[in-house]
Design a protein around this ligand. Structure first.
Ligand SMILES: Nc1ncnc2c1ncn2[C@@H]1O[C@H](COP(=O)(O)OP(=O)(O)O)[C@@H](O)[C@H]1O
Ligand SMILES: [Mg+2]
Length: 264
């Protein structure tokens, strides 16, 4: 039995212009349910903007974003609020509210979107912390007391608070030391498997990319110039792809490929 591919995100004819400056030019992209899609591209190619457009935080100049079967309409605040509960986002910067404790950071989406009794919220927050590998004793800490790796975990717990189907991660391992990076990657892989999540991730980190990705979308020349499994993308000759995968870091990339032969 063949299972049909379901597009959980469908972007069509998307343009983003800031004045004269064109970031995306007639861009199309499909994300399949259940996959881990990595989006790569040079700095300033519009990766973060594209993520924000996918979740209705920014409006493209032209074109459509369909997510979970619904075409986003930023005018329709009620519909957006309903559908927003079905995805979680881990932002590149400002991952946590510094004035709120770990507990309150994770509880925030629960307070905002659902009328739940306090004891249930407490149970849910502790469960989410547990899911990301944090003990409940950390719940009362403030973000300034946490390491970089722990901050990412708390932000991930918050992104998972409403039990989303879809998880967006913007540079999830940037700035982490190699050990924290590796354990974060392991965590994402486990959550993807156990929760049946679809993951859309922007990353510069080749280890993260090779370890997790089912398909990679390459942003260059204002478009998605390739969207395919890593092995296929490695075979393409576009200058950005050569630079990114096979440039200075090429040796390292090949080592990783030998370490993780299942990606090829
Ligand atoms: N609100 C904005 N106004 C003007 N320019 C913007 C705005 N948001 C992003 N940009 C520009 O659009 C480009 C893409 O930004 P971004 O999506 O953050 O890129 P990336 O995440 O790939 O590094 C950058 O050149 C950035 O300066
Ligand atoms: Mg960015």
């Amino acid at each position: 039995m063949e299972s049909a591919i379901e597009n959980i995100v469908e972007i069509r004819g998307l343009w983003t212009e800031f004045g004269e400056f064109v970031v995306h030019r007639n861009l199309d992209l499909d994300i399949h349910r259940g996959e881990i899609m990595s989006i790569v591209g040079g700095s300033g190619t519009g990766k973060t903007t594209l993520l924000r457009q996918m979740i209705g935080l920014e409006r493209p100049t032209r074109g459509t974003v369909k997510i979970l079967g619904t075409t986003l309409d930023l005018e329709d605040a009620q519909k957006l609020a309903e559908i927003r509960a079905r995805w979680g986002m881990l932002f590149q910067q400002g991952a946590l509210f510094s004035a709120l404790s770990v507990f309150d950071n994770v509880a925030l989406p629960l307070y905002e979107l659902k009328a739940l009794p306090d004891d249930l919220i407490e149970d849910m927050v502790l469960l989410k912390l547990h899911m990301v590998g944090l003990e409940s004793k950390h719940a009362t800490k403030m973000p300034s007391d946490l390491s970089g790796g722990m901050i990412k975990r708390v932000a991930l717990a918050r992104a998972l608070a409403l039990e989303p189907e879809l998880l967006f991660l913007d540079e999830p391992t940037a700035g982490l030391d190699p050990e924290s990076c590796e354990s974060f990657v392991t965590l994402i892989r486990a959550l993807h498997r156990e929760l049946g999540l679809t993951v859309v991730m922007v990353t510069h980190d080749l280890d993260t990319l090779f370890e997790l990705t089912t398909r990679v979308a390459v942003l260059a020349d204002q478009q998605v110039i390739a969207c395919a499994p890593v092995k296929e993308v490695l075979g393409l000759t576009h200058p950005f792809i050569k630079e990114f995968f096979l440039g200075e870091r090429g040796q390292r990339a090949m080592e990783v490929l030998r370490e993780y032969p299942f990606v090829v």
